[in-house]
Design a protein around this ligand. Sequence first.
Ligand SMILES: NC(=O)c1ccc[n+]([C@@H]2O[C@H](COP(=O)([O-])OP(=O)(O)OC[C@H]3O[C@@H](n4cnc5c(N)ncnc54)[C@H](O)[C@@H]3O)[C@@H](O)[C@H]2O)c1
Length: 490
Amino acid sequence: MGAGIAQVAAAAGHPVKLLDNRPGAAEKAVEGIRAQFAKLAEKGKISAEAAQAAGARLIPVEQLADLADAGLITEAIVENLEAKQKLYADLEAIVGPDCIFGTNTSSISVTAIGAALKRPERLAGLHFFNPAPLMALVEIVSGLATDQAIADTLFATAAAWGKTPVHAKSTPGFIVNRVARPYYAEALRLAQEGAADYATIDAVMREAGGFRMGPFELMDMIGHDVNFAVTNSVWRAFYNDQRFLPSLIQQELVDAGFYGKKSGRGFYDYREGAVRPTPRIEAAQAPVGKITVYGESGAAEALAERLETCSLSFSRAPANDGRIAEIGRAVLAVTDGRSATQRAFETGVANLVLIDLARDYTTAGWLAVAVAEQCEPEAAQAAIGLLQAAGFTVCRLADIPGLAVMRTVAMLANEAADAVNQGVCSATAADSAMRLGVNYPQGPLAWADQVGLPTIRTVLANLGASYGEDRYRISPLIQRQFFAGKKIHD
Ligand SMILES: NC(=O)c1ccc[n+]([C@@H]2O[C@H](COP(=O)([O-])OP(=O)(O)OC[C@H]3O[C@@H](n4cnc5c(N)ncnc54)[C@H](O)[C@@H]3O)[C@@H](O)[C@H]2O)c1
């Protein structure tokens, strides 16, 4: 991370000194960064002169005393509180009064690092994402003692470096590492409850949810040692709040040494000759029966549009009881956080097939469904046939509440809303952070606004009722905006 940050600062025109306590590491980092600049010049992204000049601005040094004239010192050393406190306390005795300290810690309290300083107001988090030269987001994290002017200077500096900074308050996980927890946690729950295999859930999250990587392949890439440690640290830091509860599935992987890609095994097998499992999709079914599309919801409109494209005849009817379509005796509706079986029982509609949220129902290639226990097999086949005729690859999950994308998006939005409600960041910052820090297709709060806060709130309430767990409690911000008839971004 240190080399990546140095590259960004040198490219922006700053002279940058690099120091590492491992002999030779700083020289090696400088060589590596110069090679990166040369590569960028080869590709025509920067001029050869610019590459040469940027490379010349990098200076490896060996002692802290060599940093005496620094204006900003960013540490990216081992993730350990005492080490970071000691480093900055030692530096404080060397540098001038205007030198700013920007820690790149991912998980340690900026307040706690600052506590070791005589002047903690000069320290803030300057949290880059990996790889720093490519990822746009920088979280500017204020500890309790951080001077707002220092946070503002770091914000302006990161912006001048071509990054998109966001302000955050020093709380566990800051923005990204907190709000992202449900992306992993809900998927692990789905797997634990036998909703589907990993490859199917990954495919649904990618192809219907629009996420760049499915949760299991992403955890395998991050490494389970790292991902599990972050989950544990956020969970402990929030005094074991059930919302962040780690998963036994991941504990098992860590216990086994199955850290993911880097160790050859994780959820998937990366060893030579291993065959990657394919997602389980439904066999082709015929769309048998009279088709009616109900209401004007996004899902209904998209279905109507897609059916028109494939010349399947259907009639339209006004919105009824949340159903979006009927085919023969089958009724299709978007999940509201209840299982299909519960909803069939409560509504008296036995032949119920629930569809998952899609990022965009008009363009999504895949869709997950759940079928009520009470549903006749022919009705389920007709409903699946209808979705297939409309161009969806259909994955049938076990009948778990909230399906995959809906439940995940509701929980991501809930966590982002809580962060905003607790003054960690603004709603705009939360959304930018998740788009730019972890490449989500949309900020979770904007996404919740698009789906509709009433729907998100109902999904969370129903998940809470289904599981009887505090984990699904609704953020007060979602409640407030809902009762006010507003969106989050109003
Ligand atoms: N890897 C990531 O994706 C990522 C992303 C954002 C932030 N971070 C944070 O950045 C920091 C570094 O992470 P990394 O993945 O680059 O670690 P790393 O182990 O790859 O690099 C740390 C470097 O710091 C050196 N070092 C350790 N203690 C030192 C000291 N006291 N003085 C000088 N040099 C010292 C090590 O020799 C090593 O070269 C951590 O705080 C981490 O939480 C990491």
